[in-house]
Structure formats: C-alpha cells, structure tokens
Design a protein around this ligand. Structure first.
Ligand code: AGP
Length: 598
C-alpha cells in the first residue's frame, strides 16, 4: 500500500517531491527518492512523513533529470530508514520502488542470499532489485531481466526502476496494483495515481494489467509480460489539479464532504447503458460485498432491495465471503470499492468468479483492478477522494447502487414505469437537499464541540439506517479516536446497554420513516439510564426534539433516501470532533486510503 512516482524532466527533485506530496494519501510512514546523477544513483530516504523528510533534505547535493520516488505504508518490515524505498541491488546500480505485496519473497530471498546477495532491508520489495541484478549478470538487458523477474515473483506489483546500466530510462511494470503514465513536451511520468501527474500533463494512459513499460524522455514503449508489443491508450483527462487538491479547505476530508452535492448530481447522470449492462447480469441470488464504508453501502442497499423490489440480497463483508458462501451458481456478486484496489474485496471477487458468479463492480476508480475483474462495472462520479475517511464516495456508492436496482426493477417488471420515474425525480432533488444540510454545518460543529471530550459513543438505528449507524461510528472512531460502536437499536438491549450510565453518549438516527416509532422506544430505554441523547431527526419533529438533549434536523425526503441525508451530519460530526481533539482527519493513524493487504 504505497505510492510510486517517476519522472524524466528538468528539476526532477522538485517534481518528485511534489508528486510524492500528492500521493501521500496512499501511505505516509516512510518516504524516499532515487536520482540518476553522473551515472550514479543518489538515494535519500527515511521513516516518517514527507514534511519531516523535506526538513532534513540536503537539496544542494541533489540534482538530476531522472528519478523515482515512493511513499510507503508498511506491509513487510516495520517503518524504518532501511525499509523505506527505493531499494538497491548489491552494486548500487539498480534502484526500485514498488507498490504491492510479493507472496513468495521469503523463499526467493533465501535463494538469493545463498547466491551471495546482501540485503539491506526486511521488505519483500528489495528482492526485485536483486533478481534483476541476477538476470543482468546472465547478460540480459534491463527490460528482459525485469520480465524474467516478474515471471518468478508472485503477488501484486507496480514498480518503477532506474539503473546506471541503461540511463535515460525508467522501467515499469504493473500487475494488480495501479499504474498510470503521462507524457508531455516537458517530460514523461509514471505514478500510482493521477494527482501526481496532472500538474505536468493531462495526456495520460492507464497501464493495463501485466504490462512492462519503458519510459524515455520523448516517448514510451510497452509490452506484455510475454514480450508482445502493447500500445498504451493515451487520453486527455478532464481532471484538473484543483479537483485533486484541497481547494481552500483546511483538510481534504471537509472539502470532500462539501463536494457531495456535485458528486451526487454527477453520479445520478450515469448513462443508462452502464446500468442496463450491469442489471442484465443480476441473477436469482444477489450478494453484495465490500470492506469498511463500502460494506456499509452494501448493507444499506440490501434493505432497499428488499423494500422496493421485494427480493432478498445478502450483504457480506469481503474478508468473510469465502468462509460463508460455498458456491455462486445462479448468483451475482456486486463488489463495491471506491479505490477498486482493496485486497479483501478483490480476493472475494476472484473466489466468487471461480465459483461461477457473475461480477458487477461499483468503484470510483476507472482502470482499477475491480474494473478489470468485473463482468460489468459502474463508476461513481465522486472525483478523486484523498482523505482517508471515505465520505463522498460512500454517498455516491449508495446512489449508484440505488440506480442499478431501480433499473433492474424496471427491466424485470418488479417496478412500474411511473414508480420508477417518481423515485428518480425524488433522487434528483438530493443535491439541493444535501446542500441545505451542509449550509447548517455550524450547528453540527457546535454539537460536535459539546461531545468531543466523550470517550465512548453508541450509534443506534433501525432498518436501512443501521448501516448509517455503523458508518457514523466508523467515521468517528477512525479519525477522532473516540471509541464508537454502531448497533441496530433493537439489539442494544441484548448486551451493549450494560455500558450505559449517566452521561454516556447515544446517537440515534431517527428520521420520519417506518422505523421512527420503535426508535422512540429505544431512545426512552437509554434515557432512563441517564444517557445523553443526540438525534438526527426530520425537520420539525417536535416529539423527538423534546426527548433529545441535542438534535440535528434533516429535510423531509422520500423514505429511501434518508440514509444518504442522515450520513452528512455524521460525517461533519466526526470531522469536527477530530479537529477539536487536535487530530489530522486526513491522516488517521494506522490507516491508509486503499488497503491492499489481506
Ligand atoms: C473508510 O472511511 C475507511 N477508511 C475504510 O473502511 C474503507 O472504506 C475500506 O478500506 C474500503 O475501501 P474501498 O472502498 O477502497 O474498497
């Protein structure tokens, strides 16, 4: 789980550091760069964040026009200077940065050590440099040595390599980890993601699976791992840099929360052809899978499917899927992942595919692994999400899933045209309603301040809002480190209530939908034990205002869409709680944006 970046251009040092800053959301426990200079490789790397790295960097001693860089999230080997990338071969002639996990590295490492190789780190990635060194020793070119290496190494790889043996080139390879190439008159670039490249060029190509790319100053050559030329498809991205940067907000997370009206509106516009292609793959049995927030989108949607279409759908946490479902005959797996790179979700897909499932992917990342593994996919239109906490991608997942199942309902005649049109019309009102909620951020900020010193919180709800209770709790705990648990409100009396004592914070998701009456009963149970009650309610619900210590009102809407509306104040609540407690919500400890380990 890392970001890699490479460039051939003037001021490579500056460009590399700038690129790594934009990739830090992929991991930030170590950072490093390698430059080709007078046919030497200069390496600077260290444990810690980029800003600390910059403070100690001896800029005067660094120059070059070809370089590679890395921002790391540790998988093999704890964060340390030694384990930071780039890694070198024994002679310091080959430098490698890598994003991915190499499954058979231990046995390969032992073999290499027996042959006399000296390793400087505990990482899996370092074996790439030593294996290439071995093949070069046998007389192969760097490209051929790389091909031999990737054919031996098992696991996910996106790597970039510079070498004194063939200066003037960056060698790359992609398997299961993302890689993008960009080219302009000012230089050529490779990166794990777009934000690092788009300040320099909008002319980019997504490197297909299992492809070797050789980058030079004026061009790019690429081929499959079996050596057959494979031309990259370059296109002009319409992403501007502004959309990938903070846009004036103090953190990416709050910027992304405020982008939700636009993200929802764009996602509603997903062309019907994509929805139709995906709905045609829906079979009698439907499973939905995802991890973390994406799982919550699956859970919420499964209620919607049963309510609107009267069919069952089964939400399953990706990492548990293999243990639960023995076969997928006559089944469709809908896999949800904003990054499209979450290892648990990709594994679930691979397993289900082997067991005959049809796969529909829902992702925010075109060209990600999930789009390649799925029989059909739908891309949410959030734009890049940099904050580690998923916000806008969650609500667009809910929209995309609603659209898919409404379309399926129409095609399968479970929903008539007039109901379909009515629900779509209601959906189109959401961007404006969400904007209205965001305009009240000051109110939620005050509530968050009031509760930001709490140590614990329960998030309680019923029906499809249970997923929102889980999501509210996840958001709060992951960025503010307040211990928070989400439960179905009816379940709370079967154990969790034992924790409730005077002042214990209970947050209820209690809009005016079919769950409201029962939720009032659950609120009273907690109140009777002295809990502090904060409720998310529908505008003008006087009864709920009366029984709550604090409340936030969301506008009335079509019942199906309350989960989306109730999510927004909970995202803001978590964001402000984190900032009041002095934490950086964009970089929660121990987490990274896309989790590519199992
Ligand atoms: C969300 O706030 C989390 N950081 C995390 O749970 C995330 O949703 C999960 O890792 C899944 O990511 P994905 O959507 O990219 O697959």
């Amino acid at each position: 789980m890392c970001g890699i970046f490479g460039c051939i251009c003037e001021n490579a040092v500056e460009v590399l550091l700038d690129g790594l800053r934009r990739l830090e959301y992929r991991g930030y426990d170590s950072v490093g760069i390698a430059l080709l200079n007078n046919n030497n490789i200069l390496i600077r790397k260290d444990k810690g964040k980029l800003e600390d790295f910059l403070k100690n960097l001896d800029f005067e001693s660094l120059s070059g026009s070809i370089g590679i860089g890395h921002t790391r999230w540790a998988t093999h080997g704890a964060p340390s200077r030694e384990n930071a990338h780039p890694h070198l071969d024994c002679f310091g002639r080959i430098a490698v940065v890598h994003n991915g996990v190499l499954e058979n590295f231990l046995s390969l490492r032992e073999e290499l050590i027996e042959r006399g190789h000296k390793f400087s780190s505990n990482t899996d990635s370092e074996i790439i440099a030593h294996l290439i060194e071995e093949f070069v020793k046998m007389g192969l070119s760097l490209k051929d040595a790389l091909r031999e290496t990737i054919n031996i190494v098992k696991g996910s790889i996106a790597c970039a390599i510079i070498t004194t043996l063939e200066p003037g080139k960056i060698f790359c390879y992609r398997r299961e980890s993302p890689l993008i190439v960009g080219i302009s008159r000012n230089g050529t670039f490779c990166s794990s993601d777009m934000p690092a490249i788009i300040p320099y060029t909008k002319n980019i190509a997504i490197v297909p699976e299992d492809t070797i790319v050789v980058i030079e100053r004026n061009g790019v050559y690429s081929e499959s791992s079996s050596g057959i030329e494979r031309k990259l498809e370059f296109f002009e991205t319409n992403l501007d840099l502004k959309s990938a940067e903070r846009g004036g907000y103090p953190h990416f997370m709050i910027k992304e929360i405020f982008e939700q009206p636009r993200a929802i509106s764009d996602t509603i516009k997903i062309p019907e052809v994509y929805l139709d292609r995906a709905s045609k793959l829906l079979r009698d049995r439907i499973y939905l899978t995802g991890s973390g927030t994406s799982y919550h989108a699956c859970l919420s949607t499964s209620y919607m499917i049963s309510k609107i279409l009267s069919i069952e759908a089964f939400p399953i946490i990706s990492s548990e899927l293999q243990e639960m479902i023995p076969n997928f005959d006559e089944s469709t797996l809908i896999a949800v992942s904003q990054s499209g790179e979450t290892a648990d979700t990709l594994n679930a897909i691979r397993y289900a595919k082997k067991k005959n499932a049809k796969i529909v992917g829902i992702t925010n990342t075109l060209g990600s692994s999930i789009t390649m593994l799925s029989d059909a996919y739908i891309c949410t239109q959030s734009g890049p999400e940099i904050g580690v906490a998923a916000t806008k991608t969650f609500v667009t997942q809910l929209i995309a899933l609603d659209l898919l199942f409404l379309r399926f309902g129409l095609i399968s005649r479970r929903l008539n045209q007039s109901d379909y049109n009515k629900i779509l019309d209601e959906m189109k009102k959401l961007p404006k309603i969400v904007e209205k909620i965001l305009n009240q951020h000051q109110k939620i900020k005050e509530i968050s301040l009031k509760y930001s010193s709490k140590q614990n919180a329960f998030f309680l709800a019923r029906g499809s809002n249970v997923a929102i209770a889980l999501e509210g709790a996840l958001k709060l705990k992951e960025i503010s480190y307040i211990h928070a648990e989400g439960y179905p409100a009816g379940e709370s009396k079967h154990g969790p209530i034992a924790l409730v004592e005077p002042g214990f914070l209970c947050i209820f998701i209690a809009p005016k939908d079919r769950t409201r009456e029962k939720i009032i009963g659950n609120i009273m149970e907690m109140k009777a034990r002295g809990a502090e009650i904060f409720s998310i309610i529908t505008e003008g619900d006087e009864e709920l205002k009366e029984i709550s210590d604090s409340y936030f009102e969301v506008p009335q809407c079509y019942e199906l869409f309350y989960p989306i509306l109730c999510t927004i104040p909970l995202q803001l609540f978590a964001y402000y709680a984190a900032t009041f407690r002095g934490f950086d919500p964009d970089k929660p400890r121990n987490l990274a944006k896309s989790v590519t380990v199992i």
